[in-house]
Design a binder for this molecule. Sequence first.
Ligand code: XMP
Length: 512
Amino acid sequence: SVLIVDFGSQVTQLIARRVREAGVYSEIAPFTNAAEAFERMKPVGIILSGSPASVLDEDGPRIPDVILESGLPILGICYGQQSLTHQLGGEVTLGDSGEFGRAFIEIQDECALFDGLWKVGEKHQVWMSHGDKVTQLADGFRPVASSPGAPFAVIANDEKRIYAMQFHPEVVHTPDGGKLLKNFVRHVCGLSGDWTMAEFRKAKIDEIREQVGDGRVICGLSGGVDSAVAAVLIHEAIGDQLTCVFVDHGLMRMGEAEQVVSLFRGAYQIPLVHVDASTLFLKGLEGVTDPEKKRKFIGKTFIDVFEDEAKKIGGAEFLAQGTLYPDVIESVSFTGGPSVTIKSHHNVGGLPERMDMKLVEPLRELFKDEVRELGRELGLPEIFVGRHPFPGPGLAIRIPGEVSREKADILRKADAIYLEEIRSAGLYDAIWQAFAVLLPVKTVGVMGDGRTYDNVCALRAVTSTDGMTADIYPFDAAFLSRVATRIINEVKGINRVVYDYTSKPPGTIEWE
Ligand code: XMP
């Protein structure tokens, strides 16, 4: 495996991704506990990330000695290059201009990183983002590529197998960056590139068995991909020592609760407690119109119900969660000096602390699309694995104003028609999220010979890669009018349909 030492760059996670795309397992550790991670992982190679800090700063982050003296291959990126140079006796100078954005480097000499990729004399686009720069190389290094702003754009010490670059190979704006990283992990580190999801599945199963022993595990299912994949994997490891609890708040999409139950009890034969708590949730939501109050109430009630069920089951010391890598990655923050913070999963906030249980989180090294791949590997049906994200509070935040069972039923029908049309038009996978919203606004309409006075339904569809930013999906007018007509004709309670044309920012994806 490869250890990635994080010095606080915004894009360190992308290094991990690119390395895995090369079929090599990698983990990120913040520089503050990189020495510890090094001992635990026994990696075959090291990658040092970028950083907003300066090596010229007295207390700028440093490479731990165990790593520097390990004799293993090292790749330094941006700050990683500067820290290698600085700590190995070269010179780094405070930048007065710096280089930010697209730059072109010229290849001056052969280098293991360029094998089968770049030739001497060629020019290639890379992405730079640096103020300081290396001005004198440490002993044993030679320059192999340069740019107008960085004479030592890529440097190499072949004997020690230490390589470094001033630019960022992990971002898409360095078109060949992934291949440079692949050359490092495959050619320089000599790793075979056979890391696959099948491999991950086997390793995780052993790990779960070792962690849990003959203890009991409870897993909360949300109906989403992450918790389902976690549960199926854990069940494969420990069988009926796992009990799943599905707290059904009555605010799921059409048919979704039934799907979860039949998948787990039927296809997988995993013990499942299905708690129909819809009355509790819907009663508690009566009179609540403020979006934050809805979210807080649902979050708190979810924990209460889950805790009650866990007590009934009794004897479980482990709580399983489908926490993903972006949720748990330790990020280095430079506000007020280097410090380490851990992002918490916003869906399950407070649950582990309150229940005083040990956590089993088999997906904590994976990105979302890797979880989907693992789900396919485990045989989960495509309709489950490829499903659009769905918020924890469910339809409650897609019904602005007061929520009721009747409104939830109306919305579910409209939403199902919309999704059915999207699927049959073959557009489902091109869209990040698509859903209907039931507005607390009534308008006048005419159907047959009669006057109607019913609610407005808004349709939303966005494209996105991570939910942080989003753009509207540009359906053609014929598609939208087909959906509108079907909803108005088939769903009693809706007599007008509108399309939401707001990107994020300035809007959010959900309406509340
Ligand atoms: P917004 O509305 O903030 O949503 O643009 C961004 C993404 O997050 C999802 N979302 C949630 N997911 N629990 C979740 O698990 C929540 O409370 C929650 N709120 C929003 C939203 O569906 C979108 O994918």
